[in-house]
Write a protein that binds this ligand. Sequence first.
Ligand code: MN
Length: 319
Amino acid sequence: MKIVILTHSDCDGICAGAIALARFPHAQVFFTKPASFVRDLDECVADKIIICDIAFNHRDKEELMHIIREKPSKMFYFDHHPLDFKVKEFLKERMVLEHNLEMSASELIYRYYQKELPDERVWIAIYGAIGDYCAETQFVKDVEKDWDIRALYFEVSTLVMGIKTPHFEHYDKKREIVRELSKGKNPSDVYGLVMEAKQAVNKEFELYEIVKNRAEKRGNIGIVSDLEGFGFRGPAALFAATVTNSVLGMSIYDRTNHLDITVRTRNYKVDLNLLLSETAAAVGGNGGGHPEAGGARIPMGKLDDFLDEVNKKLDEIKK
Ligand SMILES: [Mn+2]
């Protein structure tokens, strides 16, 4: 039987993929992302397809449903990104769907296959959960009591930071991590990953210094524009908020025909997914993500309008 695992290439996706591979060691692992998910799924030929940690663009939903209708493969979908009601109902009828906004994809898939896996594989679920800021669930809290939490955090940091460097950017290198984790190894066992993580940490502290010098405050928002390199957008956005003492931080990149904006908040009462989907749409762009980490694509020339919209909403929330 041919089994394909289709997963996201961030920490949670790698861990969810590793749990799937631990359960089905002969499966093939491929990485995908929201922008190419529909095409990648379409090209996927297998008896069983396990999809982990992938959101899809809402404008692709009709095409996605069409592809799923035509596909003879048995499908499993483990995800925690917002899903519209109609699509969720459709997916439920045609595949095994484990969807929950409250927990990481790694936790969802681990709990699904738990009985068929060695007990120690729960570490991978914990790494994915912490890596995706989803460690507040009862399940994670319970598991954390069973292990030395400091050692687990060392491993998470090794994975989260290590995959930020160009050396581990390539999908083949990430596949190697998935394979090692699935066999019961830890991130720090992956050759070179600890060293790369250290490099990434150094770069992040350098980034903080740069953001400190360049960030500007616009109302409730700290912004930093066109930083060199594209890999540290989340921390850049967060530091922009920190150094300007703002609720929200944005890291803005000029992508020729639109602006690509990464957003983080220091106030967890703000739901970035909701805020960004509304404000981006108001200026003809699109946005969203998770409650505490999001992004937006805005047409050129609309930045001031967008910042005004976001500031207006933040003022309302503050009241
Ligand atoms: Mn995730």
